[in-house]
Design a protein around this ligand. Structure first.
Ligand code: GLU
Length: 486
């Protein structure tokens, strides 16, 4: 039975690349009737961000990637926070020390820098020089008394190590490139390699699937497994995800965290579909898949070796299609979630009732993400005084042709004041009547009204807009717009 795990370090919300790692491990476990474990790797105290574990949980749950063993749900191999498993790591390190497979070292950072500098001057890669006599416990005690940093280093065997990777093939790292790396830092914490290897075995993980950035470290993990007499799991290193220019994904170009996509109004199933295609494809030119279809089609064999590109336009197109096809119930749940994670949106602050939320979804049909609804309709839920008039819109729609738009508004105002009832039908009838009697196009009437009530040229259909805004606020905003011209 396949036992996979997702082992994030708690440094913030789930990055899109990590979400893909979680998804692929989850797919493989679910597809094969295996187990998916969630473990938090929090031994690097400098990098830990308080609360990040909660954020990761929240992001995984939003994506629907549930785990069988791990934090929150428990399981036979807990605790699942590495910071709570120190006894295990200390015992493992002790075993290596006692077997002569690890040793104490107490170089200061200045001494290490000097050694590195010398290696550089000789144009050689730095490798830690293993002392002829390995320091023992009493040497370590003395060094500690002298105030030196005491670490434990692993005695790397002098042999080339080959990783049998199921995507990349055999990758061999020469013995000369591997040195005696630190397994316990001066603060007493184990390094990632040690804790990771100890836990994978303790938790029965037999397939490790992770990003290719970890591949260079895997020989160290294999060396540790051999020293402990642990089995080596299957390894799958996935290609990296880059931006469209082939660089590391960066916030500079937009969202990189799952939570940011949630706040931007994407559907989780669309995001999953999209990230599944980063480094994997089901074959042919098939792209659109439900989670159930992904489960059916997923396989390690169809994983790519080459890095993938994160195409934001494509993701947006995916989402646009998905919302166009989604059921009203799905959209309603998605919109509610969007409101909940955007508490500062005017739409959230307005505390909209269910009927209004449904109307907003309806009148904004064709939206690409839920954020578009705010973009197109947010002005409905701010104070009239909060509307600022976009100078370009004023110029183009109201001031052009000798203030034609302003004149139109002035003419419409008393008639709208008299209009009863204030409904889609009556407003539609009224505006069409104005167009006919004045012999003008719809745009000449609707656009000035749109700018007057929204400050911009963007809003849902004008009849819907005016009904949602209500009569008093519509009239008030028209008066405010007319005041710009005085
Ligand atoms: N804690 C590592 C990370 O932050 C996990 C690497 C692995 O999967 O082995 O991604």
């Amino acid at each position: 039975m396949i036992r996979t795990r997702f082992a994030p370090s708690p440094t913030g919300h789930l990055h899109i690349g990590s979400a893909r790692t979680a998804l692929f491990n989850w797919l493989l476990a679910r597809k094969t009737g295996g187990v998916f474990i969630l473990r938090i790797e929090d031994t690097d105290t400098d990098r830990n961000v308080p609360g990040a574990d909660r954020q990761i949980i929240e992001d995984l749950r939003w994506l629907g990637l549930n785990w069988d063993e791990g934090i929150e749900v428990g399981g036979p191999h807990g605790p699942y926070y590495q910071s709570q498993r120190m006894d295990l790591y200390n015992a493992a390190i002790r075993r290596l020390l006692e077997a002569g497979q690890a040793y104490y070292a107490f170089d200061t950072s200045e001494e290490l820098d000097a050694m590195r500098g010398e290696a550089e001057a000789r144009k050689q890669a730095f490798r830690y020089p293993r002392p002829a006599r390995l320091p023992d416990e009493s040497d370590a005690r003395r060094a500690r008394d002298e105030g030196r940093p005491v670490v434990v280093r692993f005695k790397m065997p002098a042999e080339d190590i080959t990783v049998h990777d199921e995507v990349m093939g055999d990758v061999t790292v020469a013995a000369t490139e591997l040195d005696d790396f630190i397994i316990r830092k001066a603060d007493g914490m184990p390094v990632y390699h040690l804790a990771n290897v100890v836990d994978d075995t303790a938790m029965g993980v037999n397939l490790v699937m992770r990003g290719q950035e970890f591949l260079a470290q895997t020989p160290r993990h294999i060396a540790l497994q051999r020293a402990f007499g642990y089995p080596t799991p299957r390894y799958v290193h996935m290609p990296l995800t880059m931006d469209m220019k082939g660089r590391k994904l960066s916030k500079r170009d937009g969202a990189v965290e799952v939570h940011a996509f949630r706040q931007a109004g994407y559907l989780p199933e669309t995001l999953l579909n999209f990230i599944a295609l980063l480094g994997w494809s089901p074959g042919g030119d098939r792209e659109k898949m439900t989670v159930a279809e992904m489960l059916e089609l997923f396989s390690i064999e169809r994983m790519n070796r080459v890095n993938s590109k994160f195409d934001r336009d494509k993701l947006l197109a995916f989402n646009t299609n998905a919302v166009a096809e989604a059921s009203p119930e799905r959209l309603s749940a998605g919109f509610d979630d969007w409101l909940a994670v955007n508490p500062d949106s005017p739409l959230s602050r307005a505390g909209l009732d269910a009927a209004t939320r449904a109307t907003l979804l309806e009148v904004n049909r064709g939206f690409r993400t839920f954020a578009d609804i705010e973009h197109k309709s947010g002005f409905l839920y701010v104070d009239d005084e909060g509307i600022s008039y976009d100078p370009a819109a004023v110029k183009k729609v109201l001031a052009k042709n000798d203030n034609a738009g302003f004149h139109m508004l002035a003419a419409l105002l008393p008639q709208l004041e008299a209009l009863e009832p204030w409904s889609t039908e009556s407003i539609e009838g009224f505006i069409k009547g104005v167009c006919e009697s004045q012999g003008v196009g719809m745009g000449n009437v609707a656009q000035p009204l749109r700018v007057a009530v929204s400050g911009t040229t963007i809003s849902p259909a004008i009849y819907d807009t005016l009904v949602l805004l209500g009569k008093p606020r519509t009239l008030n905003r028209i008066r405010r717009a007319l005041a710009i011209n005085q």
